[in-house]
Design a protein around this ligand. Structure first.
Ligand code: 5GP
Length: 251
């Protein structure tokens, strides 16, 4: 951690801390070992998770950038630090679903694993106090978080991320069931992919395994008390490392 000078803590989330640095527009993100689920009702510390997610996210951001997806990623530093561009965060969680799972199957009569083609894009208002509710067009308009043009940009970016991720995970025998991304506007107005992309934020099923529990290589292992969480994340990292170029080191 020598390539940048750490400034004050700006924000502490469930899995990351965000710090200012001596350079304006440059933020340092520390990936924590903390795991939470069900709006932080379930908590644990999982040794090695932070480092694993930092590395996976760095490789994925680099992969996506090479495919024309603009991201906030600038490089890694040490095992669990990532340097990113500061953005005006859009308080919306964008979920892209290729197969039905999770809340979709709990809320609608759609069987687990049903293929969604074209993929379903769900937007949620990011605020734990309200339980991250699902948005619709009218609610989005009421909240005035995005213009109609920006809503189009969000959908386009989400689908570009989905295409890039599916190319990557297909190559390593992982089924990308669904994922959540967060977006932000850079100072020049460009919409960037922000936050992280890791097994904390994606559902990934191992195509080499038939068993419905054993195939899970993502945070559902934690949510469903299946054990082997960090080992599963390590397997994702190993496979992704096999096809991605080295993550760029900052500085
Ligand atoms: P679901 O709608 O089933 O809760 O989640 C769909 C996908 O988005 C899953 O891959 C899940 O991990 C991810 N996701 C949705 N909301 C959150 C969130 O608040 N935090 C994290 N880490 N992932 C989320």
């Amino acid at each position: 951690m020598t390539a940048f000078s750490l400034g004050p803590l700006l924000y502490e989330g469930k899995a990351k801390r965000v710090f200012a640095t001596a350079t304006p527009e440059l933020l340092a993100v520390e990936f924590k070992d903390d795991a939470t689920a069900f709006n932080a009702e379930k908590k644990a510390s999982l040794a090695g998770k932070g480092a694993c997610n930092c590395r996976i996210s760095a490789l994925i951001f680099t992969w996506l950038q090479a495919r024309g997806v603009p991201t906030h990623y600038l490089g890694v530093s040490g095992e669990r630090w990532m340097l990113v561009r500061s953005v005006q965060v859009v308080p919306i969680e964008v979920v892209v679903r290729n197969l039905a799972a999770g809340s979709l199957c709990r809320q609608l009569p759609i069987a687990l694993g049903t293929r969604l083609d074209p993929p379903l894009i769900d937007l949620y208002y990011k605020d734990d106090a309200y339980g991250d509710p699902l948005l619709n067009e009218a609610r989005l308009e009421w909240l005035a978080l995005l213009s109609a043009e920006q809503r189009g940009q969000v959908a386009e970016l989400a689908l570009a991320v989905n295409r890039g991720l599916r190319e990557l995970f297909d190559a390593v025998d992982l089924e990308l069931v669904d994922f959540k991304i967060e977006l932000g506007f850079a100072a020049d107005g460009q919409l960037l992919l922000a936050d992280e992309i890791s097994p904390d934020t994606c559902r990934l099923w191992d195509r080499r395994v038939g068993d419905c529990d054993a195939r899970i290589l993502d945070k559902d292992r934690f949510r469903q008390d299946l054990g082997g969480v960090v080992e599963a994340y390590g397997e994702v990292l190993k496979r992704v490392q096999g096809v991605c170029p080295e993550a760029q080191v900052y500085g």
